[in-house]
Design a binder for this molecule. Structure first.
Ligand code: LLP
Length: 436
């Protein structure tokens, strides 16, 4: 029997137990313990392929998907995305270091960030990465000098705020003028910086970039952003004679955390956006640019789950029932930060009725350390395995050692076999940088 209509492809129910691509959650827990992040390699690869396919179909291959590795960064994931022919968006020296160590082709790496340090810019220049997405004028000047010192000319684009309301959570909305990211269109900043870049010898302005936010379900903000950006490129050509070749539309495609989420296929986003780009390009007599997208969440989000062991179940009469697990905000801070909702199950009693109202708590010394509030679960008992779905993005990458809790291991499942791609931290790892 297929398990829970929205994730049946990779997650299945057999004899009341959750299976991840053919491997039982109970066996994984026996082998590796909990908490444990588990990824389906097939799911990650299929998501990569759907973007590749869309680019082939909508742009005749004249485009590239960059995996936004802030969603989940480790050596194994860069290997997978490189094998699938995607590039990578990195946002720090640490992500860049990991991508390079994984053997990623530097020319397929795009370096982002609103406050790149000189060391990071030097590392990017020296490693010969393909592209720096410059955030502001001051960074542009620093990058030009660092590029000169390293004897290189660096391809750049600018991060532009297109002034679009992305209809998403305030904390992950980035396309509006009041944002720390990029330069604005409304006040002329974007024209001014593009014009200025032409005067600098060690940078080569090839394109523009925008990212309007994350976990967006509507296609309309993406098509609106594409329209604004193409119009900007056409106006820039009219005003300054500079014809930019690349348009990077960022990431942000929403995923289905809950069965009730109104998810659209990436294909729908991609085809609507490409239709809009072609329409405006025709209107403005502007050549269709090389189009980049930067999906993060939609590559790894639904491919991952987290397994926990339930400890205490505390029923406070007429108040609520707290179910505590052996992880929490240290491995998944998203409920504490954004109130994000997750779907979850007792992994060994999947088909039992979900009729017990519970609040799922972590083990940190912090009342806000919750994973869910007032949700319905199969009747929970201490020792049960709790599976939380869709934890592949922004969980491991946002994990912390608060309360000196070691970060969990990450297991990757491929064709019925599991392997560890990130080891569980040991207590000795926790003091590795301490100086007595
Ligand atoms: N490109 C840029 C420039 C970005 O800033 C981001 C995400 C992405 C691409 C990828 O967006 P995605 O496809 O994953 O939505 N920690 C938050 C999400 C922050 C997103 C930051 N930027 C969360 O847990 O929801």
């Amino acid at each position: 029997m297929k398990f829970n209509n929205y994730m049946g492809r990779y997650f299945e129910e057999k004899n009341n137990i959750l299976y991840i691509d053919g491997v039982s959650a109970a066996d994984l827990v026996k082998e590796y313990g909990t908490p444990l992040y588990v990824f389906s390699e097939r799911a990650i690869r299929e998501n990569c392929r759907s973007y590749k396919y869309s680019i082939e179909k909508n742009y005749n291959g004249k485009g590239l998907a960059l995996y936004a590795s802030k969603a989940f960064s480790c050596l194994a994931i860069y290997h997978i995305i490189a094998e699938e022919g995607l590039g990578a968006d990195v946002v720090s020296g640490g992500e860049l270091y990991t991508a390079l160590k994984a053997g990623m082709d530097p020319s397929l790496i795009y370096f982002h960030g609103n406050n790149k340090t000189d060391d990071e810019l030097r590392m990017a220049a020296e490693s010969g990465i393909g592209h720096v997405v410059v955030d502001n004028r001051e960074e542009l000047i620093r990058l030009n000098s660092i590029a000169a010192e390293t004897g290189r000319i660096i391809n750049i684009s600018f991060r532009i705020k297109p002034g679009i309301d992305a209809h998403t959570h305030e904390a992950v909305m980035t396309g509006q003028i009041d944002s720390k990211f990029g330069v604005a269109l409304e006040n002329g900043e974007a024209f001014e910086i593009c014009d200025f870049a032409r005067t600098l010898p060690n940078v080569n302005l090839v394109g523009v970039h925008c990212h309007i936010g994350s976990q967006i379900f509507d296609t309309e903000p993406f098509t609106a952003a594409a329209e604004v950006m193409i119009n900007f490129m056409a106006e820039l050509r009219e005003k300054t004679g500079t014809e930019l070749k690349e348009l990077n539309l960022g990431g942000g495609f929403g995923i289905r955390y809950l069965p009730s989420d109104n998810h659209k296929s990436y294909e729908e986003f991609m085809s609507k956006v490409s239709a809009k780009i072609k329409e405006i390009c025709k209107e403005r007599d502007f050549p269709v640019p090389f189009v980049l997208v930067e999906p993060g969440r939609s590559i790894v989000g639904t491919a991952g789950i987290t397994l926990y062991t339930i400890g205490s179940v505390k029923n406070i009469k007429n108040v609520r029932t707290y179910v505590s697990v052996d992880g929490g905000m240290t491995d998944n801070p998203r409920f504490a930060l954004y109130g994000s909702a997750y779907n979850m199950d007792i992994a060994t009693r999947l088909t039992d009725k979900k009729d017990t109202k519970v609040t799922v708590a972590g083990k940190c010394c912090e009342s806000g350390d919750l994973l869910a509030k007032d949700i319905y679960l199969q009747y929970p008992v201490g020792g049960d395995i709790l599976a939380v779905y869709c934890t592949g993005a922004y969980n491991y990458s946002m994990a912390s050692n608060y309360n000196r809790i070691p970060r969990p291991a990450v297991a990757l499942i491929n064709d019925g076999e599991s392997r560890i791609i990130v080891k569980k931290e040991k207590y000795s790892d926790l003091i590795i940088n301490d100086v007595p």
